[in-house]
Design a protein around this ligand. Structure first.
Ligand code: SF4
Ligand code: SF4
Length: 130
């Protein structure tokens, strides 16, 4: 049996105390928020006065993250289907293909991106009208 004292192994755990005096690598969210870089792909927005309800965004989405939902208030007489896209953030990978194929460029991604919730139904998102 090896009875030699492992000095290094005994002292090492106390090194953790020195970390108390170091600058933390984490931030105290939500009171402190990280600056989001310009051009970051966050939540979708949809200008409802421009959206024509064509469903191109739904068709191109390889993750099937878009459903077309009947519109409550008609903001664009040219919206022939009477529907607008709803995004499932449980599926979306923020590839932005849906914004690329939007004929009137009404669908966009904004930089706002922080969302935490324990109800999966709350990840079905109606893009803000901007
Ligand atoms: S960003 Fe990509 S994955 Fe997300 S809804 Fe648009 S096409 Fe689908
Ligand atoms: S957001 Fe754009 S692509 Fe999607 S239905 Fe509206 S107009 Fe068509």
């Amino acid at each position: 049996m090896n009875t030699k004292l492992d000095i290094k192994g005994t002292i090492s755990p106390f090194n953790a105390i020195t970390k108390l005096f170091e600058h933390p690598n984490t931030i105290c969210y939500p009171s402190v928020k990280k600056e989001i870089p310009k051009g970051y792909r966050g939540f979708h927005t949809n200008t409802l006065t421009d959206c024509i309800g064509c469903a191109n965004c739904q068709d191109v989405c390889m993750n099937e993250a878009i459903d077309m939902i009947p519109i409550e208030e008609d903001k664009n007489p040219k919206n022939s289907s009477g529907c607008i896209p709803r995004i499932d953030y449980g599926r979306c990978c923020w590839c932005s293909l849906c914004t690329d194929v939007c004929p009137p460029s009404s669908l966009k991604l904004e930089e706002d991106c922080i969302w935490a919730n324990d109800n999966s139904n709350n990840f079905l998102y109606m893009p803000k009208d901007k």
